[in-house]
Design a protein around this ligand. Structure first.
Ligand code: SAM
Length: 627
């Protein structure tokens, strides 16, 4: 056996192909029946969970949750998605599919395995386009325009079910045969199946082994043997016959305060799930920290693969998939170069590369020559190349996101206070009017502390950032985003945006010549060949630019979750989503997905360790108010 890879990489499946059917070398078993895998899936999993009938009965804005053990080739998932396409109601509803895989197939093997099913080709192509890099942890794939959401945990099954927060309507119990794959059928695993089930949850499995049937019965399922598929004479189906509410309540009216990238991604996410929202802002969308003409999609991955790094990585890959919807419009996946621009950064990158093992679809290290080639200009060092990153037009994107029939906008309205009143939140405005909503999410960036009902106790600060607009003729045109002690974007029209300053104790809202000067100096030291020798460096006093205030927490990590009440619990129906610092474009799509999961009671796309990392409670400082 080879040594397991360093984090965050995960061992992939090793396949043997016999007559075109994939088999696992590790487990010595087939992924699906040799007779006809698709028909087997339909018989065992779709029919015996009565998916056709149950799909058609889902209420508007509702969801149906299938959980599976063993994603394998994704055949079961695609078959369920196809059945959803044919049987789901005409109104908006979401199919959630939660699956786990300890040894994921490589993209190449998955492509080959799914090519066996011509009738699933369109769905398989979409899955392949979104298939995540082979790194441990949770990946959320938003497919079919949001009508299908796949939560894929790459790791061991027991780790997965402990880390994920969801309750299934139907289970596909599909490990390899119990004798060959005992880990998949442990009592602990079966008790996790029970813990993640609702009253009335059904299950189906190809196996009819007595021990499994008894363990499922002990866990509370009423089990029945029935006819199996093909050469398998028998299979099992079951139902959890317990009492209790089976549908989460709809969240009522939702108001989001702040139409930057956080508020706009969240509003759009909820609207696409069929939930009407009101989006309030004192200005138009994307006018604060998300209002720059260009913004880089960039995270800094830590030397240690800890929760912070995991959150940055999963946010980055989710954001790359999310912005793919606006490719050719506001999303420009030119690639991004993270230069080893100083001895400290070169040392950090060396330690990072030594400790970790990242697949090439996330990044790969490049020499100085390669970096220069990719950047389109000479660089002074090598660095890391992120082939799927690039830059965005954030303001245009925010406007587009806010434009949806289920989003009512109240722009030009400044909320100055939030008060609980008769089970709702009242939003009183500068203009003297009051809005009411059942659920409120504060996404107001550096203005958020003003709206938090417990004043001055949450460690949030505003950090001034000024960008400079370099005139295109003054610079060698970069082919990709270049990051170091500053970032520089490829040109957009007649400018290239660079920045930003990081001014902790400066509240000047206007661009200053000193800040432009600082941007030019830093950029010149990072890329000495950037400014054309004839024209020289642009004059700081002649530059245009823009100032915005990033909202940052004391630990420089984002915050997204229910608002801590300052004692031991959370305030009802009030959420905070901010603290994205200068990485809002990277964090916002995934954290919006997470909050929308919570608000709608649907499966949560983040594991518990990352949910904890985002909590509002950690910002709370007892005693003295923070300034
Ligand atoms: N449902 C799959 C499909 O549609 O192609 C077939 C699943 S295959 C029969 C079983 C899968 O379980 C394999 O992909 C295997 O790698 C995975 N597996 C085995 N042991 C596991 C474990 N301990 N945790 C998570 N996955 C595991």
């Amino acid at each position: 056996m080879n040594r397991p890879p360093l984090p965050p990489a995960i061992e992939s499946a090793e396949l043997a192909w016999h007559n075109g059917v994939p088999e696992s070398k590790r487990f010595g078993d087939v992924y699906f029946s040799r007779d006809n895998g698709l028909e087997e899936t339909r018989h065992v999993f779709l029919r015996h969970n009565q998916l056709q009938e149950r799909f058609s009965q889902i209420r508007e804005g509702g969801s149906f949750v299938i959980a599976e053990n063993g994603f394998g080739t994704g055949l079961n998932f695609l078959a369920a998605w196809q059945a959803w396409q044919s049987n789901a109601p005409a109104h908006t509803a979401t199919l959630h599919f939660v699956s786990v895989e300890r040894f994921p197939l490589t993209r190449e093997d998955l492509t080959r395995a799914l090519a066996l099913w011509p009738e699933l080709k369109a769905l398989a192509d979409e899955l392949l386009l979104h298939y995540p890099p082979l790194v441990r942890g949770v990946h959320r794939l938003v497919l079919a325009g949001g009508r299908v959401r796949l939560t894929l945990f790459f790791g061991d099954i027991n780790e997965a079910w402990r880390a994920l927060d969801f309750r299934a309507d139907a289970w596909f119990l599909d490990g390899f045969a119990p004798a060959r794959n005992p880990d998949m059928w442990l009592e602990d695993t079966i008790s996790q199946v029970r813990a993640h089930s609702k009253p009335g949850t059904t299950l189906a499995t190809f196996t009819s082994v007595g021990r499994i049937r008894r363990a499922l019965m002990d866990a509370g399922f009423k089990m029945e043997k029935t006819t199996g598929y093909g050469r398998k004479r028998e299979m099992l189906k079951g139902i959890l016959e317990t009492e209790g509410p089976d549908q989460p309540e709809r969240p009522g009216t939702i108001a989001i305060i702040g139409a930057g990238i956080a508020g706009c991604t969240l509003a759009r996410n909820l609207a696409e799930r069929g939930y009407p929202v009101t989006l309030v802002d004192s200005r138009a969308p994307g006018n604060g920290a998300s209002g720059n003409a260009q913004g880089a999609l960039y995270v800094k991955l830590g030397v240690e693969f800890n929760d912070q790094t995991e959150l940055a990585l999963t946010s980055l890959t989710f954001a790359q998939r999310f912005y793919g919807n606006w490719r050719g419009q506001y999303w420009h996946p030119t690639g991004l170069l993270q230069l080893a621009h100083s001895p400290q950064e070169a040392d950090r990158q060396a330690r990072f590369l030594h400790r970790n093992d990242y697949p090439r679809d996330i990044f790969w290290p490049v020499t100085r020559e390669q970096a220069s080639e990719l950047a389109g200009m000479p660089t002074q060092s090598g660095g890391l190349w992120f082939p799927r990153s690039g830059w965005l037009e954030p303001q245009n994107l925010c406007k587009t996101l806010a434009d949806h029939p289920l989003i009512s906008t109240s722009f030009g309205v400044e909320v100055n206070r939030l008060l609980p009143c008769n089970g709702q939140w009242h939003l009183s405005t500068e203009q003297g009017s009051t809005l009411a909503a059942d659920q409120v999410i504060i996404c107001s960036g550096h203005l958020s502390p003003e709206l938090i009902p417990i004043k001055g106790r949450f460690r949030l600060k505003a950090i001034r950032g000024q960008v400079s607009h370099l005139p295109a003729p003054a610079v060698t045109k970069p082919k990709a985003v270049i990051c170091g002690n500053r970032y520089l974007n490829p040109t957009l029209g007649d400018i290239a945006v660079t920045g930003a300053t990081f001014d902790l104790h400066d509240s000047n809202p206007l661009p200053t010549t000193e800040s432009h000067e600082e941007n030019i100096q830093e950029l010149d030291s990072m890329l000495p060949s950037l400014f054309s020798p004839n024209a020289g460096k642009p004059r700081a006093e002649a530059l245009d630019g823009r100032v915005a205030f990033r909202c940052t927490t004391h630990d420089y990590q984002p915050v997204a979750g229910p608002m801590f009440d300052g004692e031991s619990a959370c305030l009802d129906d009030l959420y905070l989503f901010t603290g994205l610092g200068s990485k809002g474009l990277s964090y916002a799509p995934l954290l919006a997905e997470y909050l929308a999961d919570r608000l709608t009671g649907q499966p949560v796309c983040l594991p518990t360790n990352l949910v904890r990392r985002l909590e509002t409670r950690r910002l709370f400082q007892a005693g003295m108010a923070v300034s």
